[in-house]
Design a protein around this ligand. Structure first.
Ligand code: 2NE
Length: 271
């Protein structure tokens, strides 16, 4: 693909677009792509751009280089109540990013080479699809470094691979290779490192051929159960959007604007 650099304003990430695909790359290879508050803020901004760009149908999240997708929170800036930004405020804003990846109405693919560890492991988890290179290694470190993610990091992992395996991953803090991750259902496929982007782009292109609304509604339907009332809200938001697209929905608005009684009699009740 002829990637176009559309993220020159960012320090911690690269942001590219090509042929309907947006690619967000965490660009801190010297710390195995660990994130600080600025990194998360920039990913959220790029994600928002990808959401509002109607030419974009699929987002790829990845890490710069072959050594790591992401190694979680940058422990060098970890303070007493979160990760410290340049102004001295502490954040755990990766939790907001997790929610935004899940509620982005377009598929998000994690493209993983090397380590996907700690908060960086949860980031690949919450993506819709994970394509792993053969050198990928997965794991949580929280209980080793005095941290944990009891939100999606625990509950979504358990729904993905079962509670026994999820507890093993969190309680033991072991690392798992790409084949083990595939066997557990943590990733969708494993490919040689040199094929990683080719394979990921080909998955993205296949999805791009399909109905955007089908993908959108399916994504929110997959999330609805675990997300409770917020999940229902998102699914119902799609129903509202689709209703606005119908003549029946538009009749209500038109009647209001034309100061007349709405006539819904011509619209059939479906069985
Ligand atoms: C990722 C891993 C397994 C890689 O190991 P290796 O042997 O390939 O590399 P090395 O030498 O450990 O790391 C290379 C450089 O990157 C830094 C290292 O300190 C080292 O720096 P220098 O010695 O060259 O100066 N580095 C790596 N990860 C870093 C990190 N997360 N923060 C700051 N510097 C980091 C290995 O490096 C590793 O296990 N890293 C730590 C993983 C970790 O514990 N992450 C935090 C989990 S907690 C979290 O992410 C979190 C949460 O639980 C809840 C909310 C938000 C965040």
């Amino acid at each position: 693909l002829e990637w176009q650099n559309v993220g020159t304003q960012y320090d911690d990430i690269l942001y590219h677009k090509a042929e309907g695909i947006a690619k967000i790359t965490i660009n801190r290879p010297e710390v195995r792509n660990a994130f600080r508050p600025k990194t998360i803020m920039e990913i959220r901004q790029a994600l928002s751009d990808a959401r509002f760009d109607d030419q974009i149908g699929v987002v790829i999240l990845t890490g710069q280089g072959d050594m790591a997708f992401c190694s979680g929170g940058d422990q060098r800036v970890r303070g007493n109540s979160g990760y410290q930004d340049d102004g001295g405020t502490h954040h755990l804003n990766v939790l907001d990013l997790q929610k935004e990846i899940r509620s982005l109405p377009k598929p998000v693919i994690a493209m993983v080479a090397g380590y996907s560890i700690g908060g960086g492991h949860v980031l690949h988890l919450v993506c819709d699809i994970t394509i792993a290179a053969e050198n990928a290694r997965f794991g949580q470190t929280g209980p080793k470094v005095g941290s944990f993610d009891g939100g999606f990091g625990a509950s979504y992992m358990a729904s993905l691979i079962g509670p026994k395996k999820a507890k093993e991953i969190w309680f033991m803090c072991r690392q798992y290779d790409a084949r083990q991750a595939l066997d557990m259902g943590l990733v969708n496929t494993v490919v040689p490192l040199e094929q990683l982007e080719i394979e990921t782009v080909s998955w993205a292109k296949e999805m791009l051929q399909h109905s955007p609304i089908s993908l959108r509604v399916l994504k929110s339907a997959f999330n609805a159960g675990l997300d409770g009332q917020a999940g229902i809200q998102e699914l119902a938001g799609n129903a509202t959007m689709l209703f606005y697209m119908t003549e029946e929905g538009q009749e209500g608005k038109n009647a209001y604007l034309e100061k007349r009684k709405p006539d819904f009699s011509k619209f059939k009740r479906q069985p």
